[in-house]
Design a binder for this molecule. Structure first.
Ligand SMILES: Cc1ncc(COP(=O)(O)O)c(C=O)c1O
Length: 438
């Protein structure tokens, strides 16, 4: 039986510097060194005879990766495109659909990842696409989340709903399957941001529930090298969707009444042919998808084994962090325990009443929050080498921790101590500054 924890880290993640406490897998992902070695070999292959690589073999190799991913996830690979990252996938969808700017409206939630929400804001500012926001203040029961969405969706005002499977900050799971059904009930297109999904939750629902669009990073939790994400497109939209940036495949259309087997194949492979070459870029990480999947099944013992280790460690890690953070510290959870995916949990950092003015500023002034966060991040990253992101949400400071196969309980003692001491120092300085200004 494979032993996870620090021995696993030494063996499979030796590239992580020895004095780093890696408690933030969620932001960018960390790749096993065997997969990185495989990726390097693919890069070398590209250089041996570049013309032949790109002109003769790249399509077949790309399709082979899609097939392996499809069979791993239990989804038809012809509904997949491989792109650089989740932000690019969201842009591909939002910026290639034929909106009616005189009336179309998008719904997203207040905790949407800012880069994706900004893409909608860009479409509003430049083209007058309308949007509306569902306010989510955690902790929330799944039913409460659904009620808040349904209240908006049932008005019939929306063309599309953009929602997360697992939100970034705080790191919480949404009832995404029910949200897909809600969108379908009210005839609203779903665009699902599953940036944290692959490698944390099962995705076989895609072909069953058939949302309109969904993306997931493969470089975060699936151990594929950076940068690689999957975009799922419902077959009914293969014709509509365009690559981002718009490129060679623009004008490639669905044949309306295919009569030959070639025409049928053209239609079935439309999404693949649109996205397989957008502009010159290395295929090295894309061609390493299969190696990452092999690592997960052969070395890690498969998805259930991986998740079991994460959930077991998560349970103990929450208690450990609460102990370090001190009295009043809470885990962000609802009554059914549905908020935490296997690899993420959030714990509140209590602070003394005297810091309330700083907290209010952090909550009300995003510019101030950014500067404050930069000060904290720099200390955690450069001085302590133990970094966890935090957010001010619903009147509390929530710190997000990640759990992966290379972690052990003492990572969370060291990580929580780093966050607590840095934040207390910076809060103190900020309070002094406010007093001086008053
Ligand atoms: C919910 C969510 N969406 C989108 C992204 C963007 O991912 P990327 O930077 O790989 O595009 C992230 C990154 O953390 C995320 O958490």
């Amino acid at each position: 039986m494979v032993e996870f924890g620090h021995e696993f880290r030494r063996k499979h993640f030796p590239l992580i510097e020895k004095d780093v406490v890696p408690i933030n897998h969620g932001s960018f992902g960390v790749t096993p060194s065997s997969v990185i070695e495989y990726q390097k070999q693919r890069m070398e292959e590209e250089e041996k005879y570049t013309d032949a690589f790109f002109s003769l073999n790249s399509t077949e190799k790309y399709v082979e990766q899609l097939k392996q991913l499809g069979s791993y996830m239990g989804v038809d690979y012809r509904n997949f495109a491989l792109v650089t990252n989740a932000t690019t996938a969201v842009n591909a969808v939002l910026r290639s659909l034929p909106w009616d700017f005189s009336k179309d409206k998008i719904l997203f939630h207040s905790t949407t990842y800012q880069a994706c929400a900004n893409t909608v804001r860009f479409l509003k500012d430049y083209f007058k696409l309308q949007y509306d926001v569902v306010e989510l203040q955690y902790p929330l029961e799944d039913d409460e989340v659904l009620e808040l969405f349904e209240k908006k969706l049932s008005t019939g005002e929306y063309k599309m709903c953009l929602f997360d499977m697992i939100t970034s900050m705080p790191g919480v799971k949404l009832p995404y399957q029910q949200l897909i059904s809600l969108c379908q009930k009210y005839n609203v297109w779903s665009l699902i941001d599953g940036a944290h999904a692959a490698g944390q939750v099962d995705l076989s629902f895609l072909d069953r529930l058939k949302p309109d669009f969904m993306t997931t990073n493969l470089h975060k939790w699936l151990f594929v090298p950076k940068t690689c994400a999957m975009l799922y497109v419902n077959p009914k939209h293969h014709d509509l969707i365009q690559t981002f940036p718009v490129s060679w495949s623009y004008g490639m259309k669905l044949i309306e009444s295919p009569s030959t087997s070639q025409e049928v194949q053209h239609n079935e492979n439309l999404l693949i042919n649109k996205f397989m070459f957008v502009g010159t870029a290395t295929y090295a990480q894309v061609l390493s998808v299969s190696e990452a999947l092999k690592f997960r099944s052969d070395v890690c013992g498969g998805e259930d084994n991986i998740r079991k280790y994460q959930y077991d460690l998560q349970k103990r890690a929450i208690e450990q962090v609460k102990k370090v953070f001190g009295p009043g510290s809470e885990s962000l959870q609802n009554s059914t325990g549905s908020l935490n995916p296997p690899g993420l949990f959030n714990v509140s950092l209590p602070f003394a009443e005297e810091y309330m003015p700083v907290l209010r500023n952090l909550q009300d002034d995003f510019g101030y929050f950014r500067v404050f966060k930069y000060k904290c991040d720099r200390k955690m990253l450069a001085e302590n080498k133990a970094y966890a992101p935090f957010v001010i949400h619903n009147g509390k400071i929530w710190v997000r921790f990640s759990v992966n196969l290379y972690n052990e309980l003492d990572d969370y003692s060291a990580g929580a101590a780093s966050v607590k001491s840095v934040m207390e120092q910076v809060l103190h300085t900020e309070l002094e500054n406010l007093k001086l200004k008053a």
